[in-house]
Design a protein. Structure first.
Length: 473
């Protein structure tokens, strides 16, 4: 089942710069609530910050002059002249503390801020504005102007040098707009355009520097100071989805100057027409039998059905932060299956989908995978007895346990053989009747032991001279 909807994220360093009030900005009267249930907040800027026009609003400090600002923070000491003209400053040596100077970002010196592909699995390309798409690779540098595109069953994690990261799942297309850090106020300015697909981001708190961290889609914007949230966008005509996992996100339609503060555990949809609607995110579904060691060739996850859920999402990763994603799956039913998962310790993250397409809160579980692949069968031997065979497909050392009992409630075992190393046992002289039998295995690998049992099967010994029949069900 494919997840529908779209999400646009703009993570700005200052919520103030995107219209979210802080306690210092709050007025005596609270803003009126909106259809989402969150307050609609007027655009209100305080302190130094980067505007949507790619200009920095700098709050003048005591002792500042245009000369010193140009010498310390601009590419050329003569750039003070452009700032003087833009702001109509009479005397470049006399600036009023607390006043605001508008400085074009292009004039400002930058410090190193880098990004790279930290993890990658599957198929993907990175294209520059002038070159053809090239195959993606781990540790590949990512710079502004690049377009990252993932194929089916593929995952990538983009890591910035300030600790922020983005995880991209299958069939996602992300354009890199800006990755830079200004020397002025140590402001970070990061921007991405989510053209199609989904993204989950964990933005490192930007403090009071006035920078911004933005992820956009064509119809909505979300802004944060440092938080974890998801976004999805499936193309023209689809809504934009924003889901807040931690922190607070300011969400606005692309053409709307005001924003709504969406807190942890809530989500919002933005229609192509700009209408916004919010709701609480669904709680995480419970994983049934979470401590079970996954020993079969096909891994299965059974979830407790959740009221209000129209689908379920399960992700498997090598690390608890889900940087190295391995597989994911969607299902309308609370039972999901995966194949080709290697032995080891994994992490599983589960969530539920609402009718609006919003994905609910996640819950992470640890999983141990030990492929044993135990299977068994029974047949009639040439001497008139019965043979029971079993096989395993995993590596390591195995000890087998065979049991057979009458098909009666609480009947004790008639045969109970432990510590077997062979994969066959023969029984003769079984009286007519109905029996239940099963095989278990103790699997030892890398210093750890795992026990697995097959479900009981049925053996019927017919009351017919010289014949018998077997069956399993």
């Amino acid at each position: 089942m494919k997840r529908t909807g779209a999400a646009v994220l703009l993570a700005a360093t200052l919520l103030a710069s995107t219209g979210v009030t802080t306690p210092a900005m709050a007025q005596s009267s609270a803003p009126a609530p909106t259809a989402t249930g969150a307050p609609r907040l007027p655009v209100h800027h305080i302190g130094t910050h980067i505007g949507e026009d790619d200009r920095v609003r700098y709050t003048v400090r005591r002792g500042d002059t245009l000369y010193t600002l140009a010498a310390d923070y601009m590419h050329s000491p003569l750039d003070w002249r452009a700032v003087q003209r833009l702001n109509r400053v009479r005397d470049p040596l006399r600036l009023l503390p607390g006043s605001t100077l508008i400085i074009p970002a292009a004039l400002l010196k930058t410090l190193p801020l880098t990004a790279r592909i930290a993890a990658f699995k599957g198929t993907g390309t990175i294209a520059t504005g002038s070159g053809a798409p090239a195959a993606m690779a781990v540790n590949q540098a990512v710079t502004p102007g690049m377009v990252i595109e993932l194929g089916r069953n593929s995952f990538a994690t983009l890591l910035l040098s300030n600790g922020s990261r983005l995880t991209l799942p299958s069939q996602t297309r992300l354009r890199v707009a800006t990755i830079r850090r200004f020397q002025l106020n140590d402001m970070v300015d990061v921007g991405f355009l989510l053209e199609k697909g989904r993204v989950e981001t964990r933005a490192t708190p930007l403090g009071d520097s006035g920078g911004r961290y933005r992820i956009r889609t064509p119809i909505a914007v979300s802004a944060v100071r440092g938080t974890t949230f998801r976004a999805a966008y499936e193309g023209e005509g689809a809504p934009s989805l924003t889901e807040v996992i931690d922190g607070t996100v300011a969400v606005s339609a692309g053409t709307d100057a005001s924003a709504q503060a969406i807190t942890r555990g809530f989500g919002v949809t933005v229609s192509p027409q700009g209408a916004m609607s919010g709701e609480p995110l669904l709680a995480a579904p419970e994983l049934l039998n979470p401590g079970r060691v996954q020993t079969d060739p096909q891994i299965t996850f059974a979830l407790q059905p959740l009221q209000g859920a129209t689908g379920y999402h399960v992700q498997i990763a090598r690390d608890a932060g889900f940087v190295e994603m391995e597989q994911e799956g969607y299902s309308r039913d609370p039972l999901l299956r995966f194949e080709d998962i290697g032995n080891g310790r994994w992490f599983v993250r589960v969530s539920a989908l609402a009718a609006t397409g919003l994905e609910g809160m996640p819950q992470t579980y640890a999983m141990r995978r030990v492929l044993i692949g135990l299977s068994a069968s029974s047949d009639r031997s040439e001497d008139g007895g019965y043979r029971f065979r079993w096989t395993t497909v995993g590596e390591g050392r195995d000890l087998y346990h065979f049991r057979l009992r009458r098909d009666e409630p609480a009947s004790p075992p008639l045969v109970d053989e432990t510590g077997l190393t062979d994969t066959l046992i023969s029984l003769s002289d079984l009286p007519p009747g109905k029996y239940r039998w099963s095989v278990g295995v103790q699997h030892f690998e890398d210093g750890e032991g795992t026990t697995s049992w097959l479900p009981e099967e049925t053996l019927i010994v017919a009351n017919e001279k010289g014949s018998a029949r077997t069956g399993a069900r």
